[in-house]
Ligand binder design. Structure first.
Ligand code: HEM
Length: 529
């Protein structure tokens, strides 16, 4: 027991654990709406042993010893493990079990990889959950005196942003209004793929495919967030926009390099830090220019008319400007953070989905058959899109097989019991989505790509807390609906035009730099259908 934990806290925690154990048994045995899992369904009172009910402390928790002062940090920097944080964590879980602790320098993190523990964590969340701060973003914002946005803010400030933005981003009707844009951008992606195909090959590779997918994501997200068509996929893309797209990519890459020791990089003014600052400056400047242009345009329109429309009809930007709950500076910062978050995640998810389809020709054929049922020449509605079951299953299976965010995280804002351990307030808990999704105990044939497992007819037999690629709860991904809608639209257009094939038989390994990416090696080619 650590000195900082009072008896009262421990007693409260112990009774919390007993209560949780009882609730968990009751839920599993009697509640229809609880996650149905073969494992959970077979839990009995005997499974909750005495040792689980008696609360333990962090000191009792297993975990790697690590090196003096540095802890396990060197493990992640070893050559073989670089960019493989998801796999290092998986191996630690294989050795130490479903919950372990590790010291990274002076900080102790806890990792979990069991859907029941994930559920426990989410059920204990406060109304304003926190993820670990993205230090590089925070340092930049402090330096330039910029406001935080939905990604970087915490507490009541975050809640205000979330409430305002959810009204537009989480409502199906609001997302449905972007269908035309997403479909048009999907067509532009197909055109760009054709332009960039190497002309002398049959089944052609595409030059700079990751950049093309990045540009697609910037164009789709921009259309939704900024109410602007940037022209990222056009041959005559303006230089300003080209710099903008590059800046978005640089900001994420350098942001990842700055995950550790961001403050030291800032103090020493290293190249990584300077590039990071430069990319944020570019993004902010362009984002602010777009918002200002819209503000001017709106000032010339009838406000009452605008306020009436703003629930569904108007774009996100018009809605934010009309509803006035956020200041102009808050709008700048929120739109920029939405754009930054949306582009990296969506482009990499689409890239990985294409790779999985290339690797699994049968799944690709089945998807093409479903898509061929819809007319090539008429616009598809949002409801029709959501009814394409196999398309949804392919994207879900891609995100299970290679979750784009392989490790989610929370910083608990009160002492919490998870898995029978009292975890002190302020501890960072890593939720290992990748590890859980590749665990045979959670998914049958976990190392195989089987979209059919997501079809309603297949009687899903896994715990929904195992595969949460968009996170969960009030802090879960606010762009989920938008991301799915833009990815579905892009896949429809691609499948209508091309068959995708692998260009290598070698093993293709992803790397993790906050997002899991195949952009360092995406060996696929596009053959005309
Ligand atoms: C397939 C693509 C995407 C994936 C896999 C993804 C995944 C995630 C995950 C795992 C989180 C953390 C959730 C949590 O903490 O529980 C998250 C948060 C977030 N995502 Fe996404 N995301 C995607 C696309 C997008 C898009 C397109 C946008 C913007 C339009 C977006 C905006 C955000 C924001 C703003 C947050 C922070 C929400 C908050 O703190 O309240 N995401 N995303």
């Amino acid at each position: 027991m650590t000195a900082t934990m009072s008896e009262a806290v421990l007693r409260r925690a112990a009774s919390q654990a007993v209560l949780l154990a009882r609730q968990s048994i009751r839920r599993c045995l009697f509640t229809e709406s609880s996650p149905r899992t073969s494992e959970a369904a077979s839990i009995t009172t005997e499974d909750i042993s005495d040792s689980e009910v008696r609360v333990k402390t962090l000191q009792d928790m297993p975990g790697p010893q690590g090196y003096p002062i540095l802890g396990t940090a060197p493990e992640y920097f070893r050559k073989a493990n670089r960019g493989q944080m998801h796999d290092v964590q998986r191996k630690f879980h294989q050795k130490y079990g479903r919950i372990f602790k590790e010291k990274l320098g002076p900080v102790t993190n806890v990792s979990i990889a069991d859907p029941r523990l994930v559920e426990e964590l989410f059920r204990n969340e406060s109304k304003t959950p926190n993820r670990p701060p993205y230090d590089a973003w925070i340092l930049y914002k402090e330096m330039r005196k910029r406001k935080m946005g939905i990604m970087s803010a915490n507490g009541e400030e975050w809640r205000k942003f979330r409430n305002v933005l959810s009204k537009k981003l989480l409502k199906p009707r609001a997302i449905a209004s972007y269908m035309k844009d997403f479909s048009d951008v999907g067509q532009e992606l197909v055109d760009k793929i054709r332009t960039n195909q190497n002309k002398n090959e049959e089944g052609r590779e595409v030059r700079n495919l990751p950049d093309v997918l990045y540009a697609w994501a910037a164009e789709s997200t921009g259309a939704m967030i900024m109410d602007s068509r940037f022209g990222c996929l056009k041959a005559d893309m303006p230089e300003e926009i080209s710099n903008f797209v590059k800046a978005v990519a640089t900001s994420f890459l350098t942001g990842h390099q700055l995950i550790v020791f961001a403050n030291i990089h800032k103090k020493l003014n290293t190249k990584i830090w300077r590039d990071h600052v430069q990319s944020w400056d570019t993004i902010t400047e362009i984002a602010e220019r777009i918002v200002d242009r819209k503000l001017k345009e709106l000032a010339e329109r009838n406000r009452n008319e605008l306020e009436l429309e703003n629930e569904t009809g108007n774009s996100l930007l018009e809605y934010l400007l009309a509803n006035k709950q956020l200041t102009t500076n808050e709008i700048y910062s929120n739109l920029t953070e939405l754009l930054l978050t949306g582009v990296d995640t969506s482009s990499n998810t689409l890239g990985t989905a294409l790779l999985m389809l290339a690797k699994n020709p049968q799944a690709q054929e089945k998807l093409q058959q479903e898509i061929d049922m819809i007319s090539k020449n008429s616009d598809i509605s949002y409801d029709e899109l959501r009814s394409l079951q196999y398309l949804g299953a392919v994207v879900k299976e891609t995100l299970r097989y290679y979750p784009t965010i392989p490790i989610n995280a929370r910083v608990m804002d009160s002492d919490t019991v998870i898995g029978g351990y009292l975890i002190p307030k302020g501890t960072c808990i890593l939720l290992n989505t990748y590890t859980m999704c590749r665990d045979e105990r959670n998914f049958t044939n976990a190392d195989q790509f089987i979209p059919d497992r997501w079809l309603r007819t297949e009687g899903r037999d896994f715990n929904p807390f195992t595969a949460l690629p968009f996170g969960h709860g009030t802090r879960g991904c606010i762009g989920r609906r938008a991301a799915e809608t833009m990815i579905y639209n892009a896949l429809i257009k691609i499948m209508q035009n091309f068959c995708i094939k692998l260009t290598t038989t070698d093993e293709v390994k992803p790397t993790v730099r906050t997002v899991l990416t195949h952009f360092d090696n995406l060996p696929i080619k596009f053959c005309d259908r």
